[in-house]
Design a protein around this ligand. Structure first.
Ligand code: GTP
Ligand code: ZN
Length: 288
């Protein structure tokens, strides 16, 4: 039987089959590499349990990693929606990391600036999102509390994954767009027998027949240990015109002579905050 993973919680999954039936499933074997959004082949082992035999080929896989392990965020997504807000302050570095992960998988990006009703906080937040808008990323300003619907057209016809630091208003958005989300989450918690009501699992919701939204757990870190330096460089889209023009082919853009990138940073063509993120990601210290 084939199905799609609509909830992932540790090594437990809920698989939805073509007829809409939902079945708690475990992966075969010890190492679980299944992600929310995966299309899978399953065998029903009992009336209320199944086994995931295989993962069907993925279009995209969004993941993060630290030194120790990888965390799959979602599979088969077309779009990453990064939720930030006017308050509390958000981390540019975390946004950049999410964008790098998306770029490396050629997943489209939408940045949502939430809580735009907080007028006095808006200019500062806009300065932050302006850097990303200047790089060509789409930025949608909204107020999730009163106008969450503004996001819906952007989700049409795609599978999107929603990420954001805690407190940015991700739950407010999801609950407004999918009124049954709360009930669905409780049902999933029960089915997975996790007992407690946590947001640690990723959940896929259907907006309509071909629009889906994956809500993933809050992000406090976004490690990119799985990417090579070359991939990271390339994922900084504003670096691309300069890559390949340094004197040394393996230039790290640190203090090498005749680096093509450093002058662009000094001339303000590359934002200092972005270059600082690059340095952190590739393990160089603070810029000198
Ligand atoms: N002023 C204002 N507050 C909002 C808006 N959207 C959400 N909030 C508030 O921001 C706070 C955080 O919202 P949540 O939706 O719980 O945030 P979250 O990103 O899901 O946070 P976690 O549950 O910690 O992951 C709540 O107090 C919301 O009421 C908005 O558009 N404007
Ligand atoms: Zn260089």
């Amino acid at each position: 039987m084939r199905g799609r993973v609509v909830a992932a919680h540790g090594r437990q999954y809920i698989v939805e089959t073509a007829d809409g039936q939902r079945l708690p499933c475990f992966p075969r074997g010890k190492k679980s590499e299944v992600a929310c959004g995966d299309d899978v082949e399953i065998t029903q082992s009992s009336p209320d349990q199944g086994v995931i035999d295989a993962i069907l080929p993925r279009r995209h896989l969004l993941y993060r990693s630290n030194e120790i392990r990888q965390k799959l965020i979602a599979a088969n997504v077309d779009q990453l929606v990064v939720v930030v807000a006017c308050e509390p302050a958000f981390s540019d570095d975390l946004v950049t990391r999410a964008l790098i992960a998306a770029e490396s998988q050629e997943i489209e990006v939408l940045i949502v600036l939430n809580k735009c009703d907080l007028a006095e906080r808006l200019p500062a937040a806009r300065r932050q999102t302006g850097v990303f808008a200047g790089l060509g990323y789409r930025v949608l300003e909204l107020c999730a509390r009163d106008h969450a619907e503004d996001l819906r057209p952007q989700l049409q016809g795609r599978t999107s994954v929603l990420v954001g630091q805690s407190g940015m208003g991700k739950s407010t958005l999801v609950n407004a767009l999918i009124p049954e989300a709360g009930a669905a989450t409780r049902e999933i918690s029960q089915a997975l027998d996790s007992g407690k009501h946590t947001t640690t699992h990723a959940t896929l919701y259907h907006l309509d027949a071909d629009s889906h939204l994956i809500d993933s757990p809050g992000l406090q870190e976004f490690g990119l240990g799985h990417l090579e330096r070359g991939e990271i460089e390339y994922a900084f889209r504003e670096f691309r015109p300069y890559l390949g023009h340094c004197r040394f082919r393996d230039c790290r853009h640190d203090r090498e002579p005749d680096c093509a990138l450093r002058p662009a940073v000094d001339a303000g063509k590359i934002e200092k905050t972005r270059f600082a993120s690059y340095r952190r990601l590739v393990g160089l210290g603070a810029a000198t």
